[in-house]
Design a protein around this ligand. Structure first.
Ligand code: FE2
Ligand code: FE2
Ligand code: FE2
Length: 427
């Protein structure tokens, strides 16, 4: 039996997730890291406790998690569009489902709420956390400051710009704090560095550890971020995760390994967060260059998960799902002896879920077609015959399981967007 690290560092997991939404799109320029960094500096200058600084830094790292598409995330960098609150409300909704973040969701919900001469202290009779206003200011300042080129000149001009909106958009108290920070060159040099998080004190980035069950809960939330960008992908990661978990169980894996497989399934397409919806949703065949963009995603899943201590096995199971036993897969061209059982299971779960889903360009296939698709793949030496036998011998069970988990995911998807416009317009 393999031995696994029982605890996983929350900070490392969050860096992987925030990198997934920023780092791969150069235009986003580490936005979440910058906002996390500056939120911490503001909180620290305000004299908040280490614990409070940690909380607002963490909120900064995930604040735009509800902005699902690359296009939506880019639009938030230009200005605050009329629909700006949609992603904030959605982000809060996602995070409130996860016990690690439930207490932080309110601040995310209101992170674009204007101060409005003090009326922004509450919304609909509910108090608005101070952290919402810190995040709001940190978000706008980090966009204003932008790149490291001439950053000292820009930081000294910045304060005049933000003073104009003191009281209307931002809390005057926070603008005073910003004025103090504006005098210190190192803050702006650090914030625009490639890795601003490296400058934060250890006690602030030490967010503690999660158990496997807590990682599982967080991974499910992230699978919604990955899937909910499009109606056509809304059920994919959840379907893959459940099918892979069941295949693991039927292949004799332990209870703990089955949970790891579920987590790997939720994360397997993490690298797809960087792919634009125009490619994901394209009806009809992809061009060669569009297909090459798709082919990048497992490399990024691998890279993003590789920074998490104790995640090596989960990472291999998640990231090798487009490798083939005959060495013709991507991106590592691994061969049979290098592809562990868990990765073979993920490949079969991914193919099975994908071919039974309805996509913009085709509808799902039936059980007989599933069998013949896998027969061809096994004969070509691409996928593992043993895992395929487990699937085919229990085909009714897997069709049922996939169908049920996809139905649940559709219900989640619909309720997720249900009050989107309502909330946005109410602000
Ligand atoms: Fe935002
Ligand atoms: Fe933002
Ligand atoms: Fe994939």
């Amino acid at each position: 039996m393999l031995k696994y690290s029982k605890k996983y560092k929350l900070y490392q997991i969050l860096l992987g997730i925030s990198d997934a939404v920023d780092l791969i799109s150069p235009e986003l320029n580490s936005h979440h890291h910058k906002v996390a960094y500056l939120s911490y500096r503001i909180a620290s200058e305000l004299g908040l406790s280490v614990q409070e600084c940690r909380t607002v830094m963490t909120q900064g790292l995930v604040h735009d998690i509800g902005a699902l598409s690359v296009d939506e995330r880019l639009s938030l960098l230009e200005e605050e569009p009329i629909t700006v609150n949609s992603h904030a409300f959605r982000g809060a909704k996602l995070l409130s489902k996860c016990s690690t973040f439930a207490g932080m969701a309110e601040a995310i919900r209101y992170h674009h709420l204007p101060w409005d001469y003090g009326r922004g202290r509450e919304f609909g009779g509910n108090p608005v956390p101070l952290n919402s206003h810190i995040l709001h200011l940190a978000d706008r300042v980090s966009v204003y400051i932008g790149s490291p080129i001439n950053v000292i000149s820009r930081s000294s001009k910045m304060i005049d710009y933000f003073y104009k909106s003191a009281n209307s958009l931002y809390s005057p108290m926070l603008i005073e704090v910003l004025a103090e920070l504006a005098k210190k060159e190192y803050i702006w040099l650090e914030m625009t560095d490639k890795s601003p998080m490296n400058f934060l004190p250890q006690e602030v980035v030490d967010l503690g550890e999660l158990s496997l069950d807590e990682v599982l809960e967080l991974a499910k939330v992230i699978s919604h971020v990955i899937d909910f960008r499009s109606r056509f992908t809304a059920t994919h990661s959840v379907g893959v995760a459940r099918v892979a978990e069941k295949l693991a169980e039927l292949s004799g894996m332990s209870g703990e390994e089955c949970k790891m497989m579920l987590i790997a399934g939720y994360f397997h397409d993490l690298g797809k967060l960087a792919i634009k919806n125009s490619i994901l949703e394209k009806p009809g065949k992809l061009t060669a260059s569009e297909y090459n963009v798709i082919r990048e995603h497992t490399f990024y899943t691998y890279k993003l998960l590789s920074g998490i201590d104790g995640f090596a096995t989960i990472n291999q199971w998640a990231s090798f799902h487009h490798e083939k036993l005959n060495g013709k897969g991507y991106p590592f061209h691994l061969t049979a002896d290098q592809i562990p059982l868990g990765s073979r299971i993920m490949t079969v779960a991914d193919i099975f879920t994908a071919v039974t889903e309805h996509r913009p360009y085709r509808s799902g296939v039936d059980r007989e077609q599933v069998k013949s698709i896998f027969r061809v793949l096994v004969e070509a030496g691409e996928v593992c015959g043993v895992v395929v036998d487990t699937l085919i011998n229990n085909i009714d069970l897997f069709v049922d399981l996939c169908h049920k988990s996809q139905q649940e995911a559709v219900a989640d998807y619909e309720s997720f967007f249900e009050d989107d416009k309502l909330n946005a317009n109410a602000v």
